[in-house]
Design a protein around this ligand. Sequence first.
Ligand code: C2O
Ligand code: CU
Ligand code: CU
Length: 579
Amino acid sequence: MVLNKLTFTKALLFLFLCISGNYSAQNALYIPPALTGTSFNLTIQSGNTQLYPGNPTPTYGINGSFLSPTIIVNKNDVVTLNVINNLNVATTMHWHGLHVAPENDGGPHQSIPAGTTWSPSFEILNNAGTFWYHPHGEGKTELHVGKGLAGLFIIHDPAELALALPQAYGVDDIPLIVQTKAFDVLNQIAIADHMDTAVFVNGTLHAAADLPAQVVRLRLLNGSSMRSFYFGFSNNMTFYQIATDGGLTATPNALTRLLLAPGERSEILVDLSGMNGQTLNLMSYGSEMPNGIFGSPSVGSGADTMDMYMENFLNGADFNLAEFTVVPQTANPVTTIPTSLVPYLPFSEMDVTINRTLVFDTITLLPGDIPNRAEGPFGINNTTFHMDSVNIMVPLNSTELWTLKNNTLIAHPFHIHDIQFNIIEKNGTTPPVSEQGWKDVVLVMPEDSVKFITRFTTFSDEMVPYMYHCHLLHHEDDGMMGSFLVFDPFAAINEHETFAFAAYPNPSSAEWNISGKWDKKEFSITLNDLQGKEILMRSFSGISSGESITVPASELDSGIYFLTITNGKETRKLMLTKN
Ligand code: C2O
Ligand code: CU
Ligand code: CU
């Protein structure tokens, strides 16, 4: 093998990590401080953290130099989050999994310039569950998350608090943010690198903690950039999954293994009763993980494989995440696993009004490039993310069935903002029990597909979109992301609006007449299909209010279309149906 400079640096790094990997003294598991109340100050800062002997590592943190506190709130609280950006670069802060208006969502469109504060305020509408928050700046997510900006966002609600579940944060209700990171020879956190050999739990290397000899709740977050974890315990004990991404499941689900891809969360109960004095490890069983997932024994085949994949000793390996020592019970221990949790009422296929298909594929940046189906770059529906375009138009309150088709050779965890969905089909059959519950991330296996149903409620906005993307942060940053606008198709009919329009007949087979308050101004109309493709665009001026213009429909396929009417200042959207 010829060592080019890059490979040589990586070989050095590999050697370095093998050495530091032997530096395996246990460190007490850090429990991020809990912030409670309804007003939160989150100061984003840079600092240095001594992660290894030698050079300290430049890191980012919130209210500290590394990692982020845990925000704990109650459903229906109205919260204000003051995000103070003391970095010398712009960033954003996204509330992953929360149902909030697009301008509060913290996607790439809510950039927080260096030295400024962003203060979204909103009501907590989600049910009890384990969510998280992290930056989402255009092309910068992996760097900012990797440097330490990731925290849990825990929601409680009355139904959950009424259950006999462990609730004492840091005592029997334990946050576990699991992440791997890659480092360069100067101990700097490296990105777009497949040598993520350092395993952190809550920012702690070689983490160890004492857990009481009773039922303990572990809130698991995979906060890694690329790596999936196949969770299990070294004594192979059964544990009970009680929550998926979006909150509690109907009943506890007994498991010995649980797969979580980047972005996914789960809550599990472990019964440590009678185990006082014993030690057990929380592990990832990479050797048992299905091929095609980053972290499994292999990804891709032939020429379509990942750079350095086999050199990373965590790939395909079983390794420790944290060591737990069982200590005496607390004063009021939970000692039984509940038999039922909360009702789960998924959306039904019968309510679906709109179907969409999203295809994951490699994209070619330069003519003549030979795409690598494991390495990428990847796009969705043949395009990559652009700040100023909207890929999908979603009518408010529509129930939609999305089919995700993965034409590549690596598994992609697909995430969508704003809503929770229920998976109805995975690998051609019903999803595993561990994914029967509210989800906002789903891992789509290579050359496979997933179908889910969701409903877009509460928030619409004519201008600010939400995101959907692959939660492998390197893929997201490279553009495996799109945007969707939720708009209210009935908003334009409001007579008190000064910029109001209506379409008739609707549905139509030949044409739509659009009447409205044109007011002789200049305006333009754009007709798009469901996938955001532009079909027609015209400009007008001098039309009086009350007159109508005609949009031809006879040549169009039957289905749903969107008409955007704008005068440059105001915008309205109409949903048109072609019969
Ligand atoms: Cu966890 Cu769009 O992100
Ligand atoms: Cu999100
Ligand atoms: Cu991906």
